[in-house]
Design a protein around this ligand. Structure first.
Ligand code: ATP
Ligand code: MG
Ligand code: MG
Length: 551
């Protein structure tokens, strides 16, 4: 499946294998459990798990949990579920960066002993002012030349909880004049009196990401640490850490471009605000670009992997058209979605020449192009529903639907000819009358030609459905691009329209939960178990039928 041929990471790994630098590839996916995974993370999952898969290697799942105040078990659980749902299997147990806190602490002492780290006692503001700017070198901390003994003593007492937050920090001793700001004696450990979801109250000092990440990679035997481009100028620090202690192996960091999708936001922080301030119902609201939201909307894992594959892996960023994601899900559902009929805007159709009380069962295919999916039964009765939009009192030119005096075929059923219609005081059509032609089941009528084929359901067996029609969450291509304006204002006010009282064929009384349906002529719809309840059956529109994406 993973058509990752030609991607530059694959070339690098291939070369590392050929040169004998590794004989087994290990990658990792390292989410921070501070939110739900979104479509951007899907790309990282696809790259990390996909590369391991391509070379018969392994990928670990590691929670990067060094900021306990923003993290929670809820996020951990959701992330595991999402990775599994995408169809990937991590190697070994789920790991946490916090699993390595003891080892990391030893590495920190090793750095101190080797003269590569020191305890700095500048208050945070002064330390920040000493950092300098891009144009101007920073200033050495007056604590930079503390003795190894003093550093060890202070660091141990930091760990023992003898100091307040901000009073001291452990810093790498690198170069306050480096053009790379990340190398200006970055902080390795800071004091935080925080309860941690994994380690409880064991620690009151927490390691920084740039120190934790390379060493966690090394502890797990990661060979290639694949991350997004914003870490490119952290790579010298990644390498510095590994060079200045004695890790079990030397992983290599390789960066690739982040995935950006138009009309979409891929930032946990910004998505969280939509949840917290009620612009959407939850992280898994079907409008959200989260994996849990997309799952609830009816996206399939295969379509998301297909999308990531189409996007490709490269070094240059850019924004991908949301239409491409929609194309991927349409493509998958067109092949695999069972078909069903559902009338969104029902109007009664009475077959005046069909006996009252009579019924017949019509056998129709579940999928018109895939016989292996079998058949289904739909009931034909005197009273049916069709869509208001499929009837015109005065047909426009080239009208391919029903109008007075004209015939259409009801999909899978007979040809009918409209004889009459009833209107209310406001001129709304409330009932349509027609005669069916008993000689037309599966055969063309003789002597006249139906205008088209429309969908229908039996009024006697129809089930009431609530349909949620989604449009793009944001109404502008690049939400949040205008810094003068709050990105909330970029939301599409019409991103959800709910239709009540839609009429579905009887087979929808207990809708499938494993895959979306194609409601013929209408779109793809997926059962929502979270809001459906007893007789209230709710389906989310995954995507419309029409593909606007230009390849
Ligand atoms: P966010 O900005 O949404 O908070 P993050 O990078 O802070 O994302 P992490 O939990 O640290 O979130 O992400 C785990 C991995 O997923 C990281 O390696 C990160 O680079 C990658 N990732 C996050 N967003 C994207 C994206 N839009 N495209 C590709 N990879 C991404
Ligand atoms: Mg991160
Ligand atoms: Mg982030």
């Amino acid at each position: 499946e993973a058509n990752q041929s030609g991607n530059f990471i694959k070339t690098i790994i291939q070369d590392d294998l050929e040169q004998g630098r590794h004989d087994h590839i290990v990658t990792r996916f390292p989410p921070e459990p501070n939110g739900y995974l979104h479509i951007g993370h899907a790309k990282s999952i696809f790259v990390n798990f996909g590369m391991a898969e391509a070379f018969g290697g392994d990928c670990t799942l590691r929670f990067d949990d060094t900021n306990p105040e923003k993290e929670s078990q809820e996020y951990i659980d959701s992330i595991k579920r999402d990775v599994e749902w995408l169809g990937y299997e991590w190697k070994g147990p789920v790991r946490f960066a916090s699993d390595y806190f003891d080892r990391l602490y030893e590495y920190a002492e090793e750095l101190i002993r080797n003269g590569h780290a020191y305890v700095c006692s500048l208050d945070p503001e002064t330390a920040a002012s000493y950092r300098g700017t891009l144009k101007e070198a920073g200033k050495n901390s007056p604590y930079r030349d503390r003795s190894v003994e003093e550093n060890l003593d202070l660091f141990r007492r930091m760990r023992a909880g003898e100091f307040a937050e901000g009073e001291h920090a452990l810093r790498a001793k690198i170069d306050m004049a480096s053009p790379n700001m990340n190398l200006r004696d970055p902080i390795l450990y800071r004091i935080r009196f925080l309860h941690h979801h994994q380690t409880g109250d064991k620690w009151c000092i927490y390691p920084m990401y740039d120190f934790t990440h390379p060493l966690s990679d090394a502890e797990e035997g990661v060979t290639h640490s694949l991350c997004t481009l914003e870490f490119e100028d952290h790579r010298p620090l990644y390498d510095w850490v590994l060079e200045n202690v004695t890790p079990p192996c030397r992983p290599r960091q390789i960066e690739f471009a982040r995935l950006n999708v138009n009309y979409t936001i891929t930032s946990k922080r910004k998505l969280m605000r939509l949840v917290n301030e009620g612009y959407v119902d939850a992280w898994n609201d079907p409008r959200m670009p989260t994996l849990s939201g997309m799952r609830r909307r009816g996206f399939t894992p295969a379509s998301i992997r297909q999308f990531c594959d189409m996007v490709g892996i490269n070094k240059t960023g850019g924004t991908v058209d949301l239409g491409m994601l929609e194309h991927a899900i349409r493509d998958d559902l067109n092949k695999h979605a069972p078909r069903a009929m559902c009338v969104l805007h029902p109007v009664k159709l009475v077959l005046t020449n069909y006996p009252e009380g009579q019924r017949e069962s019509l056998t129709v295919p579940v999928h018109p192009q895939d016989e292996s999916m079998g058949t289904r039964e739909v009931t034909w009765t005197r009273e049916l529903y069709i869509d208001q939009n499929d009837f015109a009192e005065v047909p426009p030119r080239k009208w391919k639907r029903l109008s007075p005096g004209n015939a259409v075929r009801l999909r899978g059923g007979y040809v009918i000819t409209c004889t009459d219609f009833v209107q209310d005081d406001e001129g709304n059509v409330t009932e349509i009358h027609a005669e069916y032609d008993p000689a037309t089941l599966g055969v063309n009528p003789e002597g006249y030609k139906p205008k088209g084929v429309i969908h229908w359901v039996s009024a006697e067996t129809a089930v009431d459905l609530e349909l949620r029609l989604y449009d793009r969450l944001f109404g502008v291509e690049n939400p949040g691009a205008d810094k003068e304006r709050d990105y909330i204002e970029d939301l599409n006010p019409e991103n959800l329209v709910t239709l009540y009282g839609c009429k579905g064929e009887e087979n929808l009384a207990e809708p499938r939960r494993d895959i979306a349906y194609q409601f013929e002529r209408e779109g793809y719809f997926f059962f929502d178990p979270e809001v459906s309840d007893g007789d209230r059956i709710v389906l989310n529109r995954t995507v419309t039928l029409r593909d606007s994406w230009a390849k």
